[in-house]
Design a binder for this molecule. Structure first.
Ligand SMILES: Cc1ncc(COP(=O)(O)O)c(C=O)c1O
Length: 447
């Protein structure tokens, strides 16, 4: 960092407050993803975004922020990224939904499958939950088994009952469904064997994010998938977050893995609603219509699944990833941030209170309180201070192609100043500095 940086002091949330007061009575949860909701942000924060461009976004009061989570990590190139917009506009002018499939569906299928040589067939949807649930259904049909095993540590796979029933937020999920999902420890072959031995012949599949907080051994998936297959279960690799981030197309390539199915979404269409399930033919074809006399499996069938402009956004995003060094840039930006905040934490002797988690493609931050244990109050305070300094920060930097080192310098400067307030709060108590309530876990039993 060379130049001095003057950070803003954002304190005008008048319109945001008005919006906050109205929205909970209009929309349950006030948002369409729980992690965007009011209980996930300090009161001194934007309640809604009016528009965004590149790495920046603006709120109802006209405040400008550096964006860091980038549409829950889905915006891999930047907001309103021109080459993607151009392609989307071109497609929109041709109509977006027809009575038979659009030709663009084949173009995408051939192109995406060429990126995933492990897989033969692909199916699209508008949401990640739809494709993870479709993979579970296929695995159950293929194996004739009911149990689904998921990694215990990873926060989210679907809003459908098979997953939500296995969290603290299981209200409304029938017990029979809830009992059909079990968990095991990610990145732990022994625990995987333990689980199979406890449920012999019952587990249809494993679903897991390929890599999350910890480094995975290069031969982990070869061994893990072999264990699953030995026990007659399929492996589903959920690349929703890792896709187009760890590598192109994702960890399936980086870790040289051969899962039976993989699910893709965030990041593959620069924030447009395009998700996909890829898989091996023997499994995927169960959802087909040409195996005369065989049982028909109702896989994914949605009115908007083949929406043309979202697929076009995916194709345009792939063009950019293939022509430009997006992965390298994004990981370099993430590393620049890690290096910058590491030296601040060293200089301020704050390593007991902050934990940098994850990788250069997704940099997470654990925040601890006075007792050096994870603290929602201190986490919220830190967010409040970053937001006040013009950085819309929820504890994760998901680097995108529009982030520059100058942007990250701004973020690092905001981080440094926020640490100052954080240290004062450690000395004098968080209540003195935090305005309003602390954020709450998304997966909780009670409001
Ligand atoms: C790993 C993972 N899988 C699946 C999903 C579900 O995706 P969507 O929100 O598009 O339904 C998410 C969403 O956060 C996710 O993080």
């Amino acid at each position: 960092m060379n130049k001095p940086i003057t950070l803003p002091h954002i304190d005008n949330f008048v319109r945001s407050d008005e919006h906050r007061n109205a929205i909970q009575d209009l929309i349950p949860g006030g948002a369409h993803t729980y992690s965007k909701g009011d209980d996930q942000f300090p009161i001194k924060s934007p309640a809604a975004i009016t528009h965004a461009k590149g790495a920046y976004c603006w709120d109802l009061d006209g405040n400008k922020y550096l964006d860091t989570l980038m549409g829950l990590t889905s915006v891999s190139l930047g907001h309103a990224y021109e080459p993607v917009l151009e392609r989307v506009k071109e497609e929109l002018s041709k109509g977006s939904n027809f009575s038979r499939p659009s030709v663009i569906e084949r173009e995408m299928a051939e192109r995406f499958l060429a990126l995933v040589p492990q897989h033969d067939m692909i199916k699209y949807a508008k949401n990640g939950s739809t494709v993870t649930t479709a993979a579970i259904k296929l695995a159950r049909a293929f194996t004739g088994r009911d149990l689904v095993a998921r990694t215990a540590e990873h926060p989210f796979y679907s809003y459908d009952d098979w997953f939500i029933g296995s969290t603290a937020c299981d209200f409304g999920v029938p017990r029979e469904v809830k009992n059909k999902t079990i968990t095991f420890k990610h990145n732990d072959l022994e625990d995987l064997e333990r689980m199979f031995n406890e449920h012999p012949g019952k587990i249809a599949c494993i679903i897991g994010e390929p890599e999350k907080w910890e480094v995975i051994a290069p031969d982990f998936y070869e061994k893990a998938i072999a264990i699953a297959h030995k026990h007659g279960a399929l492996w589903i690799m959920d690349e929703m977050i890792t896709g187009f981030k760890t590598d192109y197309p994702g960890s399936i390539k980086r870790l040289n893995a051969e899962p039976d199915m993989a699910t893709w979404g965030k990041g593959i269409a620069n924030g447009f609603s395009f998700c996909a399930l890829t898989g091996k033919k023997e499994v995927m074809q169960l959802g087909g219509i040409n195996r005369t006399g065989e049982k028909k499996l109702f896989l994914v069938s949605t009115t908007h699944g083949g929406e043309t402009h979202s697929i076009a956004a995916g194709l345009a995003t792939m063009d950019v990833f293939e022509k430009e060094p997006v992965i390298e840039h994004n990981q370099k930006i993430g590393q620049y941030f890690i290096d910058g905040i590491s030296s601040i934490l060293d200089r301020r002797s704050l390593n007991d209170y902050f934990k940098i988690m994850g990788f250069n493609w997704s940099v997470g931050l654990g925040v601890m309180g006075q007792d050096k244990q994870p603290s929602m109050e201190y986490r919220t305070l830190f967010m409040q201070e970053m937001i006040q300094r013009g950085v819309l920060y929820q504890g994760i930097l998901s680097p995108c192609y529009s982030h520059t080192e100058d942007d990250i310098d701004l973020m690092i400067a905001a981080f440094d100043e926020s640490c100052e307030v954080f240290q004062n709060a450690l000395d004098e108590g968080v209540e003195k500095y935090l305005v309003g309530d602390a954020i709450k876990p998304v997966f909780r039993q009670f409001n």
